[in-house]
Design a protein around this ligand. Structure first.
Ligand code: ATP
Length: 231
């Protein structure tokens, strides 16, 4: 499969996935997300939103031929190949942020770029300059030397976003990254995220229960509850 700008960011076709045999939690006929789109993903609790993000990010393995990300069939890749693909091409912000408690803000943000030559190669300035730039735009530029455990939840969310954005991955997946913020901060965070995503020409797949955010996105995608839909 050729990775070119003509390929959609995400192409799902006939994807059924479950954690246990005979119990699918996801059943998606066809979905395409074009490059540069900002997509809001919603659905009832348990409908498989986090599972879909895990598949798109290559953490979980889809059946071969059912899920292409940036033109790559993730189901045909080994676990280590998916890990390498994710490190190079995908920035992700999970519900729990996954920040490393014994590293300061700067080193948390730097982590994926330190570990991946492709993302390092996309920096336009030095690592320090690039970290300062992304941290400034997210309003955490003065916190770079802080221990992450001393930060507020909202600040931690912005550190996780900075880490996801550094090194301009083509695809950003975000799972409830604004859940702990009040409405004003939520909209401000989204604006910053959008600006960074647009500047990088990236695609954004964003999960939230907060439907008031949906109209800021290019498009919404809803996941039905497969258990209920199946009767
Ligand atoms: N690791 C796992 N092992 C077994 N079942 C799981 C696992 N992770 C999720 N599930 C099940 O898969 C279904 C979908 O879960 P998922 O977390 O993807 O839904 P969700 O739409 O993100 O939910 P929420 O909105 O509550 O976060 C649920 O029934 C859940 O119990």
């Amino acid at each position: 499969m050729v990775d070119g700008p003509g390929e959609p960011a995400v192409r799902v076709s006939g994807l059924t996935f479950g954690y246990e045999p005979g119990k699918p939690v996801l059943d998606i006929e066809a979905v395409e997300i074009e490059r540069g789109e900002k997509v809001f993903l919603f659905g009832p609790s348990g409908s498989g939103k986090t599972t879909l993000l895990g598949l798109v990010a290559g953490v979980l393995r889809p059946p071969p031929g059912t899920l292409e990300v940036l033109g790559h069939d993730l189901g045909s890749m080994s676990g280590p190949a998916r890990d390498a693909f994710r490190a190079s091409h995908i920035g992700y912000v999970f519900q729990m942020f996954n920040l490393i408690p014994y590293l300061d803000v700067r080193d948390n943000i730097a982590l994926p770029v330190r570990m991946n030559a492709e993302r390092r190669g996309r920096l336009t300035g030095s690592l320090d300059e690039s970290i300062a730039e992304v941290a400034d735009t997210l309003g955490i530029g003065d916190l770079l030397g802080q221990t992450v455990t001393r930060l507020s939840v909202g600040q931690q969310q912005r550190v996780a976003a900075a880490r996801a954005l550094l090194g301009s991955p083509e695809l950003i997946v975000a799972d409830e990254p604004t859940s702990a913020l009040d409405a004003d901060r939520r909209h401000a965070f989204l604006e910053l995220l959008f600006r960074n995503v647009s500047d990088a020409g990236a695609t954004l797949l964003f999960v939230s229960h907060d439907m008031t955010l949906a109209d800021q996105f290019d498009r919404t995608l809803s996941l039905p509850d497969v258990n209920r839909a199946g009767g």
